[in-house]
Design a protein around this ligand. Structure first.
Ligand code: FAD
Length: 375
């Protein structure tokens, strides 16, 4: 599909991950004209643990994706291990389900297109300008004008957005594989290793997702060689050693993302409203960034509709959305951040797991704090 440069779109969305795609579908269903830019071509793989908290299940279905028909793994058990294999387990009250981003994002993109969103793939946004209340969005496929712009570009800020300052100690990398191995459909495992942790759970297509997060420093110390890092560090955990040595790996090489930080971000920057990871990255340990991305799209879509109908001003839109973001997510993001600080360190992980093992209700409470209610 081509850009129509003379059109004035109601809304332009930068980034077609879960936040952007879900927002585009809601806005178009509310009668607004929407263009969405995605720098990759669907379907494509993404670094993500692919465990989605159950809170999002009904919302995804309401957008038109029939998850019920996809026979997806439903996850209600959690096991966590410390560096040398000490293990604790618990049931998950809310729980989640597994689906690969390859499948989920491309299915949502198809629904967006079907409903009339102009989805421009292989199209990277390079700049956003605002003049007399009209935005001009410059992309690799041309320029468009619109009334409001939403950034859903994820964790890495594009050049036209002022960079969030990262604490050097807090720069992470994420690595993901799809593997074939015997693994229960209802289980998610979280294995700690020095300066990181690795999540394992089943997704669609009888595949298992193995995804880990560690500090950039950890990779540097291993000659920037992922295989060396896995051999020297991850495989010290006996559970991880088993997966790495006894599974069939589906990808030729690991999927990687670097320069990830978890510092506090903003909901509005450089005249662009921000949702999902663009507004605040949640530590993957909580397994809930995807639900936050989708929930933030639902919150903002109502306010954008009111703005486009001239029922609220842009300042009100920014103010109401920011307030709702803080109410809904600030605590969850903070908990994720502190849990991440706790895990990964050999001594604190072991002590924490022993305490949680002695107080199972505390463990349950902690898990509940990282999951939200259905929306
Ligand atoms: C290691 C790791 C494991 C995780 N595990 C889980 C988990 O198990 N469960 C969970 O709920 N969350 C998990 N998360 C978090 C989750 O992946 C994110 O919170 C979620 O993907 C955020 O969605 P989003 O739509 O905001 O961003 P994204 O899904 O990152 O989408 C952003 C999109 O924008 C596009 N883009 C970027 N810049 C531009 C540009 N300039 N022009 C056009 N397009 C652009 C990108 O190509 C991308 O498709 C994990 C994260 C990491 C790092």
């Amino acid at each position: 599909m081509q850009i129509n440069q003379s059109n004035l779109y109601d809304c332009a969305i930068i980034g077609g991950g879960l936040a952007g795609l879900c927002l585009s579908i809601q806005l178009v269903k509310n009668g607004h004209s929407v263009v969405l830019f995605e720098k990759n071509n669907y379907p494509f793989h993404k670094v993500c643990g692919e465990y989605i908290s159950m809170e999002s299940y009904d919302f995804i279905q309401s957008l038109g994706l029939n998850l019920n028909k996809m026979n997806l793994p439903k996850i209600n058990q959690l096991s966590v291990t410390a560096h040398k294999g000490y293990k604790i387990s618990s049931t998950l009250a809310m729980g989640g389900f597994g689906i690969s981003r390859y499948t989920l994002d491309s299915e949502l993109a198809a629904i967006a297109k079907h409903n009339g969103v102009l989805v421009l793939e292989n199209c990277s946004v390079s700049n956003v300008k605002l003049q007399q209340e009209i935005y001009t969005v410059e992309t690799s496929k041309g320029t468009i004008n619109c009334k409001i712009v939403v950034g859903s570009y994820g964790k890495i800020e594009p050049p036209f957005i002022e960079r969030t300052k990262h604490n050097k100690k807090g720069i992470y990398i994420g690595i993901k594989y799809h593997i074939k191995t015997k693994f229960p459909s209802n289980l998610i495992e979280l294995h700690n290793f020095k300066e990181g942790y690795c999540g394992i759970s089943k997704v669609d297509n009888d595949t298992v997702c193995l995804c880990y997060l560690t500090t950039s420093k950890n990779l540097n110390k291993n000659n920037n060689d992922i295989k060396q890092l896995e051999k020297n560090v991850l495989m010290k955990n006996p559970y991880l050693k088993k997966y790495f040595t006894e599974s069939e790996f589906v990808f030729d090489k690991p999927l990687a993302i670097s320069k990830i930080g978890f510092e506090k971000k903003q909901t509005f920057k450089n005249n662009v409203l921000l949702i999902g990871d663009s507004a605040g990255a949640i530590a993957p340990l909580c397994g809930n960034g995807m639900s936050i991305a989708m929930r933030s799209s639902k919150i903002i879509s109502n306010y954008i509709s009111l703005y486009l109908q001239k029922k609220i001003t842009k300042n009100q839109l920014i103010k109401y959305y920011t307030k709702d973001w803080n109410t809904n997510f600030s605590l969850r993001i903070k908990i994720g951040y502190y849990l991440q600080k706790l895990f990964g360190k050999q001594a604190t992980t072991l002590v924490s797991l022993k305490v949680l093992s002695a107080f199972p209700s505390l463990f349950q409470k902690l898990i509940a704090l990282t999951h939200g209610n259905k929306f």
